[in-house]
Design a protein around this ligand. Structure first.
Ligand code: 4AD
Length: 436
């Protein structure tokens, strides 16, 4: 049966083998039977296909093998590829032979609805379902396209450390660990190291996991999440925003082009995504506050930070992602450059996704003046010795520079149209969730 003319292929590549006999390795996802025909829903990681077993066209052994298959049993299967208009992928497999590898007993994720906790406890199996498969495929395409864009635009990939001696985004949510006799923290952001790298390589980016011990249990917060952090020498506030809108437009259009079946599986409204093309609207923090006052948040005070309901309300006025710029200096990180015309606000922007998905990018122009940076160290009570090296970047050939962090999971949630970030990452780390 495994003779030379039969190719071991994947479901994704089945189009190349119409009319030919192929061999697939896969799992049984679902099964239907109508007396003399068994319909096997198969998956192999690359896709999903229906295999048709007709009783009087196979040997009794093959018929029995098909009958023995339970949900998530693993198998090799042989069959002839046939075009079929009714199939979601356009092809079916007329099965000629089956070799079960393992018969799975009582697969825990049945077709009935399960609660979130049950599914999260079985995340290692849950990721096999078509919906989770689609999300993970789209996540991978998003990563690929961001890197493609940056690599094609002169950025160099630089890897910052995960273990760090100091904080980047405030000390309240630092993950502490011992580093032999010293204290260390899991990185909250690679930014400070990317600033050093930008002074060496011009345009750089990092892509890696970041950690925040946030006690918040929201649908947008993870403890461990992945960020893409570009940093650019000689780029100022406006240029920083242009790069952000270009990257995001590129990513969304790439996903639309390469992930149609996955977006369809998720039932995503494509019309909303098709509108995501640069330039994006820009409003200042002041304008955003004014908008909130008009839209039912009369009590919001200048100087407060926006929460989820505020961001959602602001986003409702726009079809595309919207930049909110010039936040109050007081509520933003120590490294952000004040607006020279108005030092009570900084040259920063948060990019808010449409449809209530919240902030997906945070970025700013960085302070390049050593004296101002020294002042900020004092105001923010930062231990000078841990930040000596960062000050060196201002002492030795300082230049205007800017950068941003694109949160991968929130971007995936938005593009896939998901309610919660827990489905955007293979094995989420959240408050009360370290398993599996
Ligand atoms: O706005 P943030 O905190 O910015 C920084 O960390 C900067 N140092 C980045 C830089 O300029 N290089 O975080 C950036 C993005 C947010 O917009 C959000 O998408 C994501 O990271 N993010 C989270 N995603 C999931 N769970 C969390 N707890 C997140 N915190 C931030």
């Amino acid at each position: 049966m495994d003779g030379g003319y039969i190719v071991l292929t994947t479901i994704k590549e089945i189009t190349n083998h119409v009319g030919k006999e192929v061999k697939l390795g896969g799992w049984l996802y679902n099964k239907r039977s109508s007396g003399k025909i068994q319909f096997l829903q198969l998956r192999d990681g690359s896709g999903f296909i229906q295999g048709v077993v007709v009783k009087n066209q196979v040997t009794p052994e093959v018929w029995e093998a098909a009958k023995s298959l339970t949900q998530e049993s693993s198998l090799y299967i042989w069959g002839t590829v046939r075009k079929d208009e009714r199939s979601p992928i356009g092809y079916e497999l007329d099965v000629t032979n089956i070799k079960p590898i393992q018969i799975a007993i009582e697969y825990p994720i049945a077709k009935k609805k399960h609660g979130v906790d049950f599914l999260m406890d079985h995340r290692h199996l849950w990721i096999r379902s078509p919906r989770q498969h689609a999300i993970l495929k789209i996540r991978a395409e998003i990563i690929k396209s961001v890197q493609q864009f940056l690599d094609d635009h002169g950025f160099t990939l630089v890897d910052p450390p995960i273990l760090t001696p100091s904080s980047c985004e405030g000390t309240t949510n630092l993950f502490h660990t011992k580093y032999f006799d010293e204290d260390a923290y899991l990185t909250q952001s690679g930014q400070l190291y990317m600033e050093a790298a930008a002074m060496a390589l011009g345009k750089v980016y990092s892509f890696g996991p970041t950690f925040r011990a946030e006690k918040s249990k929201t649908r947008r917060h993870l403890i461990e999440f992945w960020m893409i952090e570009p940093e650019m020498a000689f780029v100022e506030h406006d240029g920083n925003l242009e790069v952000q809108e270009q990257i995001l437009s590129y990513v969304v259009q790439h996903v639309l082009e390469h992930c149609r079946p996955e977006l369809k599986t998720l039932g995503r409204d494509l019309g909303r995504l098709e509108k995501v093309r640069a330039p994006f609207p820009r409003i200042t923090y002041d304008e955003a506050v004014e908008l909130l006052h008009k839209e039912g948040f009369e009590d919001f005070k200048w100087g407060e930070d926006f929460g989820s309901p505020h961001e959602t309300k602001i986003a409702e006025s726009f079809e595309k992602p919207v930049f909110i710029t010039h936040y109050p200096t007081e509520i933003k990180a120590f490294y952000m450059k004040p607006d020279p015309d108005r030092p009570e606000v900084v040259l920063c922007a948060d990019l808010i996704a449409p449809e209530g998905y919240g902030e997906i990018i945070g970025g700013s122009q960085r302070i390049d003046d050593p004296d101002l940076l020294a002042q900020r160290y004092k105001e923010h009570d930062l231990p000078l010795e841990s930040y000596d090296w960062y000050m060196d970047l201002r002492k030795f050939g300082t230049v205007p520079h800017s950068g941003f962090g694109l949160g991968l999971e929130r971007t995936v949630a938005w593009i896939c149209g998901l309610d919660h970030v827990r489905e955007t990452i293979p094995f989420p780390r959240m408050l009360n969730r370290l398993y599996p």
